[in-house]
Design a protein around this ligand. Structure first.
Ligand SMILES: [Zn+2]
Length: 443
């Protein structure tokens, strides 16, 4: 492994402090250099292994698979896999203890709770053998930065008190600056910006909503962060409009990373910025239609994700609550990892018209994709009387031609009777740093 002395010292020290780091990092680095067909084989073998493990040691899967007459020996090809029952959030909520493998003790496992932005929160348990941060290190390196570099974070949970002190000591001389996504007052933004002027972070990590607040602060004050090489945007779909605004304001590429509380990491963007590479050595992603039948490449559907590593609390064919689609598997960057499209909407972003017709989130969140120079931000709200209002913030004058074009394009999806209105301004909440692009009062 190459890298500067600072990088090597960082990896060495964290390797000593956090069990499992060295082996896991080596394995991930090795997989990244494997040819695509080897990775496909690894992915398949791991899927078979986790299904077999779940059937043998996890009461929930034993019952569920037996109920449909399935035994692990039946798993011979992709078609067999796509017939395994889908795991829903409600299953997790109702069968928490039955989803823990008998090979692990519950009190040794670290619980992870999801936020409540996409329904009632749920808890899962991660596999203690795999330090999750290591997954991000692999991608940071492809973005041209290193976890040993100084960095800055706009997060919900930030270290405080003794844990902050211990973390700073463990990371020294690497410096990390934090601002809570819940505490983005002007005063705190000023303080955060001054801290970053001193530490000159090479990368900035944040939830889309929190990045938006910080980018607007920089943009409106005419401030710059010249040392930044990458922004890592996470936890919510990033529209082309926002991406353009961020890249202009931060002066560097903004990379989308797709994950969830259940999986931490699923896929991330490369320098080509033409979709998300799925980390297929550790996660498997499928797309299914409304009948739960596999979609063709480029066809939108619900994302179904399998964690290939977590044996403590196996998540097999889990409906993660987001919409997406697969793209052609190869990318000019040469990565062997398959490509999926950006996640442009959640299942909950679907708007139902008065007629009952459903318009999925990927339509709403992309309406201004072709007009990123004119529009700085937008959101869509449906009121209880089914009327749809699109709120937008232009960079300059009211862009009436753009709005007319967008209205025309939208009308192809909507019913004739749907009333739609464009209003300058903002609407919609940011919940825990996650913007709600699409909201509806229709119950
Ligand atoms: Zn690529």
């Amino acid at each position: 492994m190459t890298g500067s002395l600072r990088d090597r010292l960082f990896y060495l020290r964290i390797g000593l402090l956090v069990r499992g780091t060295v082996t896991f990092r080596k394995e991930l680095a090795f997989n990244m250099r494997r040819p695509a067909d080897e990775l496909r084989y690894l992915n398949w073998e791991r899927r078979k292994r986790i299904v077999d493990h779940a059937f043998r040691t996890v009461p929930f899967y034993q019952k569920r698979y037996s109920a449909v007459g399935f035994e692990p020996g039946d798993l011979k090809n992709e078609e067999d896999f796509s017939e395994l029952p889908i795991l829903e959030r409600s299953h997790i909520r109702e069968n928490l203890d039955d989803l823990i493998s008998r090979n692990f003790h519950k009190n040794e496992l670290k619980p992870v709770s999801t936020g409540g932005t996409t329904g009632a929160p749920i808890t899962i348990f991660s596999d203690p053998r795999y330090p999750l941060n290591v997954i991000s290190w692999r991608t940071l390196e492809t973005w041209g930065v290193s976890p040993a570099d100084n960095s800055a974070y706009l997060y919900r949970a930030i270290p405080t008190g003794i844990s902050k002190v211990l973390r700073s000591l463990a990371l020294y001389p690497t410096r990390r600056s934090y601002l809570s996504a819940f505490a983005m007052s002007d005063e705190n933004l000023d303080r955060f910006f001054k801290a970053l002027q001193a530490t000159r972070p090479k990368y900035l990590v944040g939830y889309v909503g929190a990045l938006d607040v910080f980018a607007s602060y920089l943009f409106d004050s005419g401030l710059e962060l010249p040392g930044l090489r990458a922004v890592w945007s996470t936890a919510a779909p990033l529209s082309d409009v926002k991406k353009n605004f961020f890249q202009t304001t931060f002066g560097c590429p903004v990379f989308s990373q797709y994950g969830s509380c259940e999986f931490y990491w699923i896929a991330s963007e490369c320098h080509e910025q033409s979709g998300l590479h799925i980390d297929s050595d550790i996660r498997h992603v499928e797309v299914v239609d409304s009948e739960d039948t596999p979609c063709e490449t480029r066809e939108h559907g619900d994302l179904i994700v399998t964690d290939l590593l977590n044996e403590a609390f196996p998540l097999i064919r889990y409906r993660v609550g987001d919409r997406g689609r697969m793209l052609a598997p190869t990318c000019a960057c040469g990565s062997p990892f398959p490509l999926m499209d950006y996640v442009k909407g959640r299942v909950s972003d679907t708007i139902t018209l008065r007629s009952g017709k459903k318009i999925p989130g990927e339509i709403w969140t992309t309406i201004f994709d072709d007009f990123v120079s004119e529009i700085r931000s937008f959101s869509v709200h449906q009121s209880a009387d089914y009327r749809i209002r699109v709120y937008f913030e232009p960079y300059g004058e009211n862009p009436s031609a753009v709005l007319e074009e967008v209205r025309q394009r939208l009308s192809k999806h909507l019913d004739e009777k749907t009333e739609i209105e464009f209003l300058a301004g903002t609407h919609g909440a940011i919940v825990g740093g996650k913007p709600q692009f699409v909201t509806s009062d229709v119950g």
